[in-house]
Design a protein around this ligand. Structure first.
Ligand code: MN
Length: 492
């Protein structure tokens, strides 16, 4: 697995030769101070790298070309300390595809009332230099993030950090290889999609491997390997079953899935309970333990949710809330206390656990195999989002709903799976109405760490449609937005 620390972001300051060498020296010193300050703040998840001031079209073009082909560079942040005529930027920007952020700040916080003179005015021109820069971004229709604020303040730093996380999601997406063990569940529509379009848009290499390939590896797993995996399970979870054989079988499945994923570089995978030839159990604990380590997962062949799971987990690297594959299961329609119960038949990711998960073995009506071992746990309280990516035919749409998540309101002794409950914003009624209107799936990725703003930025980097259901959303506004979007995407 890659890490966000493998990447760097370039800070490019724009100017021109008009001001003379003394001013340009000061520009360089000030932008270096800003970069050092931001790096030292602890607010950024990856390193910001200062680049020499660009002053000519050739320098602009060179820096963006270099950024485009440097594997370590995850995105570019621009800032105009002085005026930098933005025709200079056209040839550099127009072919640049990586994440791009325009940081609109200035070196000094306050106007130095007694000292301010024309020299100061010539040096400190972000208020108009950045507007000139902004125009060319708009004229080129460039997807970019615009962050406004003083560079020593917390809020713009947080925004920059969040944008870096979204940009990391973009970079993970470009290199993502995903394995489908079995096809999509028969006749299900929302989990389908155009894999060619997904590779063009997102960079995803979505491959198929017959379950037989997995079974061949599984048959060669040794008892020693299983012992080692069992020791890991015991260190991470509480063993709450006498059926050790069932747990050992999940260990065997996990070892086989991991070996295959490592051999081909898969960071996400799907299973399908309709296609378990040669497997004695539907992978449950096996999948949950891999999700805990950052693998993306989708059930019933849902490769879109598997990809979003690993991308959102990557965006949340180092954060402690948790990100999980989820499914809308059933409603609690108690008046004034409406909630959704989210769970899955087995595969809920333990990253959202509030306590140490228990390993239990219970019968499973679906899949027609032996009783599978799975993790059961309580879930956290907190603000979160659920996200669903759907293929609208000709375009991908990302739907995000802000939610207030919590542990299931009461114990459910006869439902031996992990679950999360949530109150969707603005209300269950409006949320579900909007979600269904937008075509959102029953599968989603739930995250306590990734925010709607981060997903909005990610969708903009990917050039896909983004729909947000939040506290202020109404069904009427959503209906109009979807209608207008349809028209926009027909014109695109
Ligand atoms: Mn499902």
């Amino acid at each position: 697995m890659s890490t966000i620390k493998d990447y760097e972001f370039w800070f490019v300051t724009g100017s021109q030769h008009l001001y003379g060498p003394e001013t340009l020296e000061q520009v360089a010193a000030d932008s270096q101070a800003i970069v050092s300050g931001l790096n030292a703040s602890g607010a950024l998840p990856a390193k910001l790298v200062w680049k020499p001031t660009v002053k000519t079209p050739a320098e602009v073009k060179a820096i963006f070309r270099e950024a485009s082909y440097d594997d370590k560079c995850a995105g570019v942040i621009t800032w105009m300390h002085t005026f930098s005529p933005s025709k200079m930027w056209i040839n550099g920007l127009k072919d640049f595809k990586k994440p791009y952020c325009h940081f609109h700040t200035q070196y000094n916080r306050e106007i130095p009332w007694n000292e301010i003179d024309m020299d100061f005015m010539n040096l400190n021109q972000a208020a108009h230099g950045d507007r000139e820069h902004g125009f060319i971004g708009s004229r080129l229709r460039k997807a970019r993030k615009i962050i406004v604020g003083y560079w020593e303040d917390e809020e713009p730093r947080r925004k920059l950090g969040d944008w870096m996380r979204a940009a990391y999601g973009y970079n993970v997406s470009q290199d993502l290889k995903l394995c489908r063990f079995g096809d999509n569940m028969r006749q299900v529509a929302v989990t389908e999609g155009d894999k060619v379009e997904a590779e063009i848009k997102f960079g995803w290499d979505i491959e198929y491997r017959p379950v037989g390939d997995l079974v061949r590896i599984l048959n060669d797993v040794t008892e020693e390997e299983i012992d080692e995996k069992m020791a890991e399970y015991q260190s991470r979870y509480d063993m709450d079953t006498d059926n050790e054989a069932a747990v050992r079988y999940q260990a065997k499945e996990e070892i086989a899935i991991r070996k295959l994923c490592e051999e081909f570089g898969y960071k996400a995978f799907v299973t399908n309970f309709e296609d378990l030839h040669g497997l004695d159990q539907l992978p449950g604990l096996a999948v949950q333990n891999m999700m805990r380590d950052g693998y993306g997962f989708g059930a019933e062949g849902d490769w879109k949710v598997a990809a979003m799971d690993v991308i959102m987990k990557s965006m949340a690297e180092g954060m402690t809330g948790g990100t999980a594959f989820m499914e809308d299961y059933t409603y609690h329609f108690e008046k004034g206390n409406e909630h959704i119960l989210g769970a899955h038949m087995l595969e809920v990711c333990p990253l959202v656990a509030a306590n140490k998960p228990k390993i239990q073995v219970h019968p499973l009506g679906i899949g027609d195999r032996n009783d599978p071992a799975r993790l059961v746990f309580d879930s956290k309280d907190g603000d979160a989002v659920v996200a669903s990516l759907v293929d609208m035919g000709g375009r991908m749409r990302l739907i995000v709903n802000d939610i207030k998540a919590c542990n299931p309101l009461r114990p459910m002794p006869n439902l031996p799976v992990a679950g999360v409950m949530w109150k969707p914003l603005p209300s269950l009624e409006t949320s579900a109405q909007c979600w269904i209107m937008a075509g959102g799936a029953h599968h989603s990725v739930l995250s306590y760490d990734v925010t709607a703003e981060m997903l909005h930025d990610w969708a903009a980097m990917m050039d896909i449609e983004f729909v947000h259901i939040g506290a202020d959303t109404t069904a009427e506004s959503m209906e109009k937005e979807l209608l207008y979007n349809d028209i926009v995407y027909k014109l695109k």
